[in-house]
Structures are given as structure tokens and as C-alpha cells.
Design a protein around this ligand. Sequence first.
Ligand SMILES: Nc1ncnc2c1ncn2[C@@H]1O[C@H](COP(=O)(O)OP(=O)(O)OP(=O)(O)O)[C@@H](O)[C@H]1O
Ligand SMILES: [Mg+2]
Length: 405
Amino acid sequence: MDLLERSSALDELGGLLAAAAAGGRVVLVAGEAGIGKSALVRGFAERHAADVRFLAGGCDPLLTPRALGPLHYIARQTGGRLAELLASGEPREAVFAAFLDELVQSPRRQVVVVEDAHWADEATLDLLVFLERRLERTRALLIVTYRDDELGADHPLRGVLGVLPHGVVHRVRLRPLSGAAVAQLAQRAGRAAAGLRALTGGNPLLVTEVLAAGAFELAVRAGHPWFAGELASWLWRAGALPEVPAVAAEPYRLLLAGDWQAAASAWQALGCPYEQAQALAHGDTEACLQALRLLDGLGATQTAQRLRRQLRARGSLSIPRGPIRATAANPAGLTGRQLEVLRLLAAGQSNAEIAARLSLSVKTVDHHVSALLAKLAVGSRRQAAAAARRLGIALPRNGEPGDPS
Ligand SMILES: Nc1ncnc2c1ncn2[C@@H]1O[C@H](COP(=O)(O)OP(=O)(O)OP(=O)(O)O)[C@@H](O)[C@H]1O
Ligand SMILES: [Mg+2]
């Protein structure tokens, strides 16, 4: 994922990792919920995936959290003596010492991440104190994330932070996103940015939620089956769909219920090969190969490439190569019908006008419009028109309905 306005924080972490080669360091990453602490750590881990061993564990928001919760997660990654001692319920001191050994002895550079320390159980707080005092013996960077706005005056984490040795500890405080970054996120989601910075205070979680849920909820409230279905399926892929909306059009509902076969047949009956292919892509290898044939036929090169990559990752052999680019139907992989609809839409016609012009039902036009918005990866008719112009897709000639001249 593309992190905005975090390059200096990432560089700072990189500098501390380099400094840790001469003796371990601690860095505290603090900020309110959703400000991007975990995203920063993920981005850092991605940057250094090749040359650094990341051991990460989080604290859970339980009323009675499991003792040493994060260390249990870490021990699953290390295995060995640490895991054995933890599993057999050895005294804390022995477990801590085993963890320190693990850090001292590893030949690789290491980053230990303890996430959400505001929820840490007492034993984990003890572990932090233990580690911080001995970290200089290792070459590890310890990253502790926490919500600083949830630490009341008597929060036990305060006590731990208060006794940290100077010189070993650094703080990274994440700032809200600027108006420009919020506008960039809105643009990526194909939505207007007006008022969004003020509404969300630049908190990336709130920004992404407003952008994602806003459109979806509007579509559900307006009872729009195709938009609601389309957006629901995006949220579903992102793991963020609370429930399948009853209003969603049937092929989407079938897919969200896990019946990709029935969904593909429904799309086929509607004459929508692109969506049929997308449904098939959720199926077995045979279905995926059928999806590839459809996508190649449509010239939907990017989607086809993505599917080829997925198939390769699954270990499928003999994946047919796609057609060479010149044979692709058009740059965005639109069907002939969708091209016609796009030309008229770009000329400013409403769905009802397009339906009358092409002798289709308004519902069918609605569907073509939502499909072409998805293929063009845009969120509005205005952006679709702009994309059509960019792609050189012809607009209606003079004298045709909708021609403004
Ligand atoms: N710099 C950024 N640019 C774009 N998106 C971001 C950025 N930082 C975070 N996000 C997105 O915002 C959401 C919240 O981020 P994240 O989960 O990292 O917050 P957090 O500070 O760890 O919150 P919590 O305290 O609840 O754990 C995620 O969807 C993440 O992808
Ligand atoms: Mg987090």
C-alpha cells in the first residue's frame, strides 16, 4: 500500500535500524487510533523485508489480557527454546532470558515490534522494562506502538516509559495527513475531497472509512442494486463488508454468498462477459482459465495479467499467454455495448436518454454504466468522460443526439 506523508518517519526508522548495529535501540511510535502506526510499521517491514528479521506481536484489547500476549505471537515465529519455555509455563525470568538470547545470538539484523502497548498486560510491561535495559547488548531495534491519547495519568505504560534510559529511546509521533494528502486519497477513490480534511482531521482511518463507506451506504440507501452490489464486492475483497446488502443485484449477491458458479451464469445470461470472468476468477483453476479466455477476448489486459499472476502464485502450470497488445479490443477492455454507452455518457446524456437511444431498459444502462466505471477505475460520470477522452474513445459526431454543438 502507498503510504502518504510518511517518508521522513520511514527514513527515521531506517536511521535507527542502522544505528542499532552498534547497540540496540527503542523507538516509540505514538499517535491516536487510526493515525497510521501499524501502517507505518508495515511499510517499514516491507522496505526491509529482504535483509531484516521482523518479530512482531500485538497486545489484545481484552479485559483480562493473556500474560505476555505479544511474546506468544513472537515465539510462534522464533520457535525453539523461547517457545518451549513459554509453552511449559516456566518462570518469567527464564522466558525473558531466552528471548534476550534469541536476540543476541541471531546472526541477522532484527526488528522486534510490540504493537498497541496501551493494552499491554503487566508481564508484557515488565518485559519491556527488562528489554530496554539490556537492548544495548543486542543489535535489535525494538518498536513499541501505542495510542498516546488513551494513556490516563495513572496508566501503567506511563511508568514504563518514564524509566526508559536516555540515549537509547527515540520517539516518532505521527501527524495527521495534510489537506493535499487527503485530496489524493479522495482522488484515488474517485470522490470529492471538499470538507473531508475538516471532517476527519486528517486521520487516515477516518478518511478511508468515509471514502469507502460513504459511497456504499449512499448506494444502499438509494436502493441502487448495481452500484450497491459493485461497491459491496469491493468492500468484501477488502474484508470490510459487514453484511451482504439485500438490495444488491442478484449476481453480486450470489458471488458474495460464495456461489461463484451461479454468479458467473447470471452474468452470462445478462451478456456481461467481464463480470462473468470476474466471478469465474473466484473458482477453481479450470474456471480461472475460462475467465482468462474471456478477459483476453475482451482485451482486458490488466485484469488478465492480475489473474495470471494469481494463478502462477497458486502454482498452476501451462497458463496460456495472452494475445499481443495490438489485438486487444480497446485499452480499457470495454465491450462494444459499453463503448457505445460511454460515448453517449461522455456527451452528457442521462441513463434514460442513453436507454432510449440504444433501445435498452434504463436498468440495463445502469448496469453498463457501473461496469464501465469499474473497468475505467473511476468513480463518477465526469471522470469516465475524461477517461474516454484520454483513451481516444470517439465522442458522438456532429448532429448525433447529445452532441452539444
Ligand atoms: N500514511 C498513510 N497514507 C495512506 N493511508 C494510510 C496512512 N496511514 C494509515 N493509512 C490507512 O489508515 C488506516 C488506519 O491505519 P492504521 O491501522 O495503521 O492505524 P493505527 O494507528 O495502527 O490505529 P490503531 O491505534 O487502531 O491500531 C489503514 O487502512 C491504513 O492503511
Ligand atoms: Mg494499529
